[in-house]
Design a protein around this ligand. Structure first.
Ligand SMILES: *Cc1c(COP(=O)(O)O)cnc(C)c1O
Length: 378
């Protein structure tokens, strides 16, 4: 086998390189921050309103409500739907913690169902058997940038009169059947955490919806429930989005499509090179356009590959090492090993490789060569 890299060349490829991204937008983003500083309007305000409008436009939805994080987007959505003690919410065990954490925080019970082995998203065929008279909502997650099977999920939700809250934290710009994520459910929850495809200089999030009453309620709840000021008809929280974060995000949103396209291109490059190896590359449903928030492969020798990559200065990460139904904090729910076998197996097999847009051709070639070398020498 031929390697493009000369032996002895030491290259560094982190999983994500935010400094490289900053270098490309520094001249745009610093003046935008300075403008907010001049205005001294830090909590909500005109720049936030402008960003909300731009996100609604970008996601092709009616309303977008800026909030303090993706976690708070989920939390305030559950609050807006009056989901609480005695209620059950169906979701996936193969996701970031807060998807289920928020369900518990409002006093409801998460009910986990297994995932589809190809897309790693919630398996719609496993949902209906878990529905009880207490079930109020389904939270599908568009994991790694690929939309869940929303048609099937929405059909089940409609049959049982359940709300659908999309956890679209990893999927801004992704679409399914030509529809952008954030439009499938009653609302969509986005995160602009620094590692996400559209990322702030700190924490930020958004809820999208096409329901006017829900949008109104979300706006009131994100600001303590006050309406009008200092009059409280419901108990909300401080889930406000900062002006400085909105200013940063306004600048970055202009670049998002081009960044996402580069991720897609990087993913295609890996796909081609890994074909014919024991690696399972990401499977994108033909109806989906993925934004490759992560490029996640699966293989039984995952731990050894990760070690080999680290020895060669290549960053990688395991999303996620332990499914949520087996986490200690949910032990009272009574799940045990073997309950959700596909999610459990994937936790020991998945590995996310660098796919960020600023990867140079040499870097991505180096990652691919190193992975191929692993199979050659192992
Ligand atoms: C990042 C993420 C969240 C939480 O978003 P924060 O902005 O970090 O609070 C929720 N769900 C998923 C799937 C995520 O990836």
């Amino acid at each position: 086998m031929q390697y493009a890299i000369e032996t002895g060349v030491k290259m560094q490829v982190p999983l994500l390189d935010l400094k490289a991204q900053f270098a490309t937008i520094r001249d745009e983003v610093l003046p935008a921050i300075a403008e907010v500083c001049e205005s001294q309007m830090f909590a909500l305000g005109p720049v936030v309103a402008d960003f909300e409008e731009k996100i609604a436009d970008y996601c092709r939805c009616e309303y977008a409500i800026g909030v303090s994080s993706g976690t708070d987007a989920l939390l305030v959505s559950l609050m807006a739907m009056d989901i609480g003690p005695g209620d059950e919410v169906i979701t996936t065990p193969f996701t970031f913690f807060s998807t289920a954490g928020c369900i518990v925080r409002v006093g409801a019970k998460p009910v986990f169902v297994d995932i589809d082995p190809d897309s790693y998203n919630i398996d719609p065929t496993c949902i209906e058997e878990k529905i009880t008279e207490k079930t109020r909502a389904i939270i599908p997650v568009h994991l790694f940038g690929q939309a869940a099977q929303m048609k099937a999920i929405n059909e089940i939700a409609a049959r049982h009169n359940l709300a659908v809250i999309e956890d679209a934290a990893q999927a801004i710009g992704a679409s399914r059947d030509g529809v952008k994520c954030g439009n499938f459910g009653d609302c969509g929850c986005f995160s602009f955490y620094p590692t996400k495809n559209l990322n702030a200089f700190g924490d930020a999030g958004m809820v999208t919806t096409n329901s006017e009453p829900l949008a109104q309620k979300l706006k009131i709840l994100r600001d303590h429930g006050q309406n009008p000021r200092y009059f409280y008809g419901m108990v909300g929280g401080n889930f406000r989005l900062d002006g400085i974060q909105a200013a940063v995000l306004n600048v970055k949103l202009k670049h998002l499509d081009s960044w996402n396209r580069k991720r897609v291109k990087n993913a295609a490059f890996y796909d081609e090179l890994f074909a014919g190896t024991p690696i399972k590359t990401p499977k994108i449903d033909e109806n989906n356009v993925s934004i490759y928030h992560q490029y996640t492969v699966a293989l039984p020798e995952r731990d050894r590959l990760q070690k080999f990559l680290a020895e060669n200065n290549i960053g990688s990460a395991i999303f996620y090492p332990k499914p949520l139904h087996l986490q200690d904090c949910f032990s009272e729910l009574g799940y045990k090993q073997g309950d959700l076998p596909i999610a459990e197996r994937l936790c020991s097999e998945v590995l996310s490789l660098p796919v960020y847009p600023e990867l140079t051709q040499r870097q991505i070639q180096y990652v691919a060569d190193t992975v191929l070398k692993f199979f050659d020498t192992n």
